[in-house]
Design a protein around this ligand. Structure first.
Ligand code: GDP
Ligand code: MG
Length: 308
């Protein structure tokens, strides 16, 4: 602190930093990200491992710019794609200024959570402990959980929150804002809502695919927002491509006589209008791109390392 320039005491110095949200699948990382950012940017789904890309949420808190990375779950990699996700998760931790370990208070000794704590210890990284879902447990039950994690000796502070109810989220956000390093903002403050909008729009459509389609199809789908056109009447036209791997999946996404894609489009548009608070004209296209999960370009777009 004493090394900070004296000017910092006079003018409010801008702060900026990357905050990695780390944790086992289903602990509530995406829900927390949405609560922190205050708008819907990450997929929330009862199915595990739906977060595929490193969704970035950016929020201004006082003079601090917080750039959140919602990391994919840390799980056993099988395909090249999964390996890339796991590598990306740990790379995200190395890149981040602050690592938050999110723990589900109802499952504090979950194997995957303990494995992540182990990895953190090995990497020598310190983290902020975020105990989530406190709406589901009693106060008395929380104390021994916190004490147990304290003994690991890698946590700088513990926050008890409920990402669903918002309990404790503002405190956490304020603490993170005070913790990120002094430095210039990486994103223009007035473009914050614009920046993730294309990605947000794609995620909303992908969420509908998860909700409306079953079996392996959702996991074989990528959604890209191709065009974003502002209209003079204040509405927006959004053109998106749904990429599938096989013709059979294309048929499923389209549905009989196009019925499925119509419902997908309707629901996604309703969601988009609610989130963007404006009229939306949504155009969906389905394309077969056999190897999108092996396509280096797609990896780059998601910020993943193809050679992980
Ligand atoms: P992720 O896999 O870590 O990103 O987890 P999600 O954010 O997708 O959440 C997984 C599930 O936990 C969803 O059904 C959420 O609604 C639920 N959830 C998340 N946070 C809370 C919370 O604070 N309280 C309760 N009761 N449920 C939560
Ligand atoms: Mg998630």
């Amino acid at each position: 602190m004493s090394e900070e320039p004296a000017i910092a005491a006079q003018e409010a110095a801008p702060r900026c930093g990357f905050v990695a949200l780390l944790g086992a699948p289903n602990v509530g990382k995406s829900t927390l990200l949405n609560a922190l950012v205050g708008t819907k940017v990450a997929i929330v789904s009862p199915k595990p491992q739906t977060t595929r890309s490193r969704v970035t949420g950016i929020v201004m808190e006082g003079d601090s710019q917080l750039i959140f990375v919602d990391l994919p779950g840390v799980f056993q990699p099988r395909r090249r794609f999964d390996r890339a996700m796991v590598a990306s998760a740990w790379q995200g931790i190395a890149d981040a200024d602050i690592t938050c370990l999110i723990v589900d208070a109802t499952r504090p000794d979950d194997g995957e959570t303990l494995a992540v704590v182990d990895q953190l210890k090995k990497s020598g990284r310190r983290a902020v402990l975020v105990l989530n879902k406190i709406d589901l447990v009693t106060r008395e039950a929380l104390l021994p959980i916190v004490a147990a994690f304290d003994r690991d000796g890698i946590f700088d502070g513990t926050y008890l929150i409920s990402a669903s109810t918002g309990d404790g989220v503002a405190d956490l956000r304020a603490a993170l804002a005070a913790k990120v390093p002094v430095g210039p903002h990486l994103f223009p403050d007035d473009q914050l809502t614009d920046l993730p909008q294309r990605l947000l729009a794609a995620e909303i459509t992908r969420e509908q695919i998860f909700l409306q389609l079953h079996e392996e199809v959702p996991y074989s789908v990528a959604v890209e927002t191709e065009k974003w056109t502002e209209r003079p009447d204040g509405s927006v036209r959004i053109d998106q491509v749904i990429y599938v791997m096989r013709d059979g999946q294309k048929a499923i996404v389209l549905g009989k006589g196009g019925a499925r894609i119509k419902t997908l489009g309707q629901k996604s548009r309703e969601q988009l209008e609610a989130v963007l608070d404006r009229r939306v004209h949504l155009f969906l296209y389905v394309k077969v791109r056999q190897n999108w999960a092996e396509d280096p370009g797609q990896f780059r777009e998601w910020g993943l390392d193809y050679n992980a």
